[in-house]
Design a protein around this ligand. Structure first.
Ligand SMILES: [Zn+2]
Length: 201
């Protein structure tokens, strides 16, 4: 099936778990799946995809300079006829790499499912997410719930004192202590409490 799908959600919305379960379901039916991840996030070791509920698997790691289409074609020449590509941490792929996934889907009749964040800690899109919104056939949300019961839309970054911050580089890898997904209202209230202004464009 020639299709590019983007499944986005906030941090902690079970994206990696869903990626691994989707892969399991395809492989159980005999479908060949290429599991890949961006190299930017190496929290769990270079080639490990690990979900918060404990599922894990090794994945092919794609660095920003790699051409995904060429990698895919090399695998095909080696006899790996992947019908499905499952990509995690898709926000960290470059714009060019998302275009390459788009081309693979059409050229080789492959289903490409990308899992990732929509926006960073300042509510700005990551380059990979932006390209996926531009190019994907389907865009699905994996929703999760804030402490207050509303839907999470912000991946808030916290400092060591547990205060929400809006300064720093777009990519700063961290675990549960550094980020907290929350609804917009809780985020702006937390910023107010810390005396930090909304990072208006
Ligand atoms: Zn909330």
């Amino acid at each position: 099936m020639s299709k590019l799908i983007f499944k986005y959600g906030a941090m902690g919305s079970s994206k990696t778990a869903q990626a691994l379960m989707t892969r399991y379901n395809y492989e159980a039916k005999g479908t060949r799946v290429w599991l890949v991840k961006s190299s930017t996030d190496t929290r769990d070791g270079a080639d490990i995809l690990r979900s918060r509920i404990g599922l894990q698997a090794s994945a092919f790691v794609i660095t920003p300079g790699m051409n995904v289409r060429e990698l895919f074609e090399v695998q095909r020449m080696d006899g790996e006829n992947y019908e499905v590509i499952i990509a995690d941490e898709a926000q960290f792929f470059t714009e060019a790499q998302i275009w390459q996934f788009r081309e693979i889907a059409s050229e080789y009749n492959v289903l490409v499912i990308c899992y990732g964040l929509r926006t960073d800690f300042r509510c700005q899109m990551f380059p990979g997410s932006k390209a996926l919104f531009q190019l994907a056939d389907d865009i699905d949300e994996i929703s999760s719930v804030c402490q207050c019961g509303r839907k999470t839309v912000v991946n808030a970054r916290m400092n060591a004192a547990g205060q929400v911050i809006v300064e720093g580089p777009q990519v700063e890898i961290g675990g549960n202590d550094k980020y907290e997904s929350m609804c917009w209202t809780c985020w702006r209230n937390a910023l107010k409490e810390s005396g930090v202004a909304l990072p208006l464009p």
